[in-house]
Design a protein around this ligand. Structure first.
Ligand code: ADP
Ligand code: MG
Length: 471
């Protein structure tokens, strides 16, 4: 935060000035290039002192005014003279040669602008807000994510036209961020002009608050208004944050009206977000909302093999297989297990074998089975959600008010833990295993009749997992 990058504003200012002055005049005098941003100024590269003096005399006021209109800040313009011919950089020289060979450039010296453009497109490799390795190439498609992945590919091909916004939701570690950034990276590398912003909802909020502080909300607004692709991660963070919701709502509308692509991720379906304004909710739901499910065994194995290949460390297939078999929670846990194993093997200078893997990952495997989810945690979360006491839910009372939540708790315990019905009966206040089976049957029947029950159960499960991860 606080470190502003004014390049977006600079580009927009240049667009507007070009329109005002006309191509001819613009081409003559604006042979200049954005260099960098410092706190209160934009640094601009000019090809010579002569150019700089002319610019200052004729256009500095105009440029500063434009920048002020766009950012709401009185920024200065600093010039650095960069002579295009003095180059000790072999790569640059090569570019110059290539440019000289271009048919239209026969007589003209390559301009600084064309040089800088060239350099930019070559350097464009990495976008400062996205991970280099979050690409489609590194994303394994399985039945759990093929809908989302194919939609993402289509969007990256034609941003802003097909599904807008695109919202990916699902539990932790299932690849939401990876898939979202794959879109950003693909657009970024295939379209040299595309402006892409990728931030978390939390950063969005922090920047917004900071801009109120700095009295630079106009700059904040415009920063998001001139992008081609806006990626915002983890929008569930905006629950309760009404000011930021409002701001995002306006940003959304501006981009939507201009057919600019938006992609969001969320840890649950939008319908389950709480304290979210209705109008923002309806915007999120407007485009395509797709969920990611946990990967099945085949896909987990394929993901591991891909990671192993990338690590260039030899890991036997049978080792990949036992990891894939034992860790089914999510991809992040899967990767963590592999990383742990590789780190161990490297530190003790041993090859990875099945035996080493089984030994080293014993704890990881058993934890993954039960998670941290205990029956106690289930009882607490369910009791809390139905406004009952923990001891009532666990106890023997059979009033209707208690019986249903208790069945729900048993059902969930059966779903997300490895306990047998006998063990569960014991945990639920010393009941018989048939009571547990009966409860699960009851809930199964109700699930067929009540369309909302499924999502109630899912959100309880999420709450239980979240609660358990903190205990
Ligand atoms: P989320 O944002 O849903 O919590 P991430 O996108 O951070 O999850 O993914 C967690 C890790 O799992 C990342 O390192 C990511 O690269 C990896 N991952 C998730 N899904 C896949 C997949 N289908 N193929 C390859 N790697 C994946
Ligand atoms: Mg994420």
């Amino acid at each position: 935060m606080g470190t502003w990058n004014y390049s977006v504003f600079w580009d927009e200012a240049m667009n507007q000035i070009r329109e005002e002055l006309g191509e001819h005049e613009f081409a003559m005098w604006f042979n200049i290039e954005y260099d960098s941003s410092i706190e209160n100024a934009i640094v601009i590269r000019v090809p010579s002192n002569f150019y700089r003096d002319q610019l200052v005399r004729q256009y500095q006021k105009l440029i500063e005014r434009k920048i002020f209109e766009l950012t709401g800040k009185a920024l200065g313009i600093d010039f650095v003279v960069v002579k295009p011919s003095v180059s000790s950089n072999p790569a640059k020289e090569k570019e110059e040669e290539q440019l000289a060979e271009m048919p239209n450039n026969k007589e003209e010296q390559p301009t600084l602008k064309s040089l800088a453009k060239k350099t930019i497109s070559l350097d464009r490799g990495k976008h400062h807000q996205m991970r280099l390795d979050y690409t489609f190439e590194n994303f394994i498609i399985g039945e759990n994510n093929s809908f989302a992945a194919n939609a993402a590919l289509a969007i990256a091909k034609n941003p802003g036209t097909s599904y807008n916004p695109f919202l990916i939701y699902g539990g932790v570690g299932l690849g939401k961020t990876h898939l979202m950034q794959s879109i950003g990276n693909r657009v970024w590398t295939t379209n040299e002009k595309a402006k892409v912003i990728c931030i978390s909802a939390e950063e969005f909020m922090n920047e917004f608050i900071q801009s109120i502080h700095d009295k630079s909300t106009q700059a904040f607004k415009n920063r998001y208004r001139f992008v081609d692709v806006l990626l915002i991660d983890d929008i569930h963070f905006l629950q309760n944050k009404l000011g930021s919701q409002e701001e995002l709502f306006h940003t959304f509308n501006a981009l939507y009206d201009n057919n600019k692509q938006m992609v969001f991720t969320c840890d649950r379906p939008v319908s389950e977000l709480k304290n979210l304004s209705d109008r923002l909710r309806s915007r999120f739901e407007r485009g395509l909302n797709v969920d990611l499910q946990p990967p099945n065994f085949e896909t987990r194995r394929a993901i591991l093999r891909k990671k192993i290949e990338a690590s260039r460390i030899s890991v036997p297939d049978e080792v990949a297989d036992i990891i894939a078999k034992n860790i089914s929670t999510n991809v992040r846990d899967l990767e963590a297990a592999l990383t742990k194993l590789i780190a161990y093997a490297q530190l003790v200078h041993k090859d990875i074998t099945l035996e080493i893997a089984q030994n080293q990952l014993k704890d990881v495997f058993s934890q993954s089975k039960h998670g941290n989810v205990t029956i106690d945690n289930i009882l607490r979360v369910v009791a809390d959600s139905y406004k009952l006491s923990y001891s009532d839910l666990k106890g023997k009372k059979r009033t209707k008010l208690i019986a249903f939540p208790r069945q729900i708790a048993m059902y969930i315990a059966r779903e997300i833990t490895e306990y047998s019905t006998t063990e569960l009966g014991f945990e639920f206040g010393g009941r018989d295993h048939t009571t547990v089976m009966h409860a699960c049957q009851k809930i199964d029947e109700r699930l067929k009749l009540d369309p909302n029950l499924e999502s109630t159960i899912q959100s309880l499960i999420r709450a239980i997992k979240e609660y358990s991860s903190k205990t």
